[in-house]
Ligand binder design. Structure first.
Ligand code: GLP
Length: 259
């Protein structure tokens, strides 16, 4: 099962995961990062600013999880814009090495296959950051997504559109379709790091970590991965049945193991 690390707050989570990413880049300057959007990974990107300052990150590569279909990439809430604003610019990454699925309608029929080919050509993702939606989606893999799925177009649930409406003027402006790495794509990354904070994510986290394996609970796909780390605050951990065991395990973990 995934290793669950219960931290004090989102800042502590950001520092923990950022340290892991820095170590990865130190060992492999052209590391391939799997980048997530949403508010959850922001503390990681923030912590990386100071930790990466002064280091050579010119070779670092990245692949975002998903993108809205039909939204102008220049729109401030396109995931291309978000990744540029929150990750590429503040960390000084080379924008040519950072990929986001292409949500343009004109090329959408082959955009999924193109993205898979680009990930393969890069040798796969080393560390994939993940948030989780309140309905349990990872990337934009809504309930019902196949565990074997690859990058493709999906229809967003009304719940997800309502959740993401806060980034737009109104819920009507939230696109209905997205292009997202599949659960099967995500499972091919070498290390999964799923973050979640706050009570609102508690059920989705419990389902992902301890729930039955089910396409109805897309986050539960992480149970199939040999190296998955779940970093949560106490509120997001509040529905985990084995929370005490996870705390005990982490407190007694040999330092050399990392996360
Ligand atoms: C979006 C993204 C997901 C993200 C989710 C949760 O739907 N596609 O990758 O995990 O939102 O967002 P937040 O982290 O803001 O709660």
């Amino acid at each position: 099962m995934a290793e669950v690390v219960i931290v004090e707050n989102s800042e502590a989570a950001g520092e923990l995961v950022a340290a892991e990413i820095v170590e990865l880049i130190e060992g492999r300057p052209d590391a391939v990062l799997g980048l997530a959007t949403g508010s959850t990974p922001l503390p990681v990107y923030l912590a990386l600013r100071s930790r990466l300052a002064g280091r050579d990150v010119s070779q670092v590569r990245g692949f975002a999880l998903d993108e809205y279909v039909g939204l102008d990439p220049a729109h401030p809430e396109s995931y291309r814009s978000v990744i540029t604003r929150e990750v590429v610019e503040p960390l000084g990454l080379d924008p040519r090495r950072i990929h986001v699925p292409n949500g343009a309608e004109a090329t959408i029929q082959h955009a999924g296959g193109d993205y898979e080919a680009a990930i393969d050509a890069a040798g796969g993702v080393d560390l994939q950051l993940l948030g989780i939606g309140t309905d349990g989606h990872i990337g934009f893999n809504e309930p019902g997504s196949s565990f074997a799925s690859r990058t493709r177009v999906k229809t967003l649930t009304e719940q997800t559109r309502a959740d993401n409406a806060r980034f737009f003027d109104s819920v009507d402006d939230v696109p209905r379709h997205c292009i997202t790495q599949g659960l099967g794509t995500i499972l091919r990354a070498r290390h999964l790091v799923l973050l979640a904070f706050g009570e609102g994510k508690a059920q989705a986290v419990a389902d992902a970590v301890e729930g039955p394996l089910s396409a109805f609970l897309p986050g539960s796909a992480i149970q199939l991965h040999p190296h998955a780390t779940v970093v949560v605050d106490a509120a997001a951990a509040s529905k985990l049945r084995l929370a005490d065991y996870y705390r005990y395990t982490f407190a007694n973990k040999p330092e050399w193991q990392g996360i």
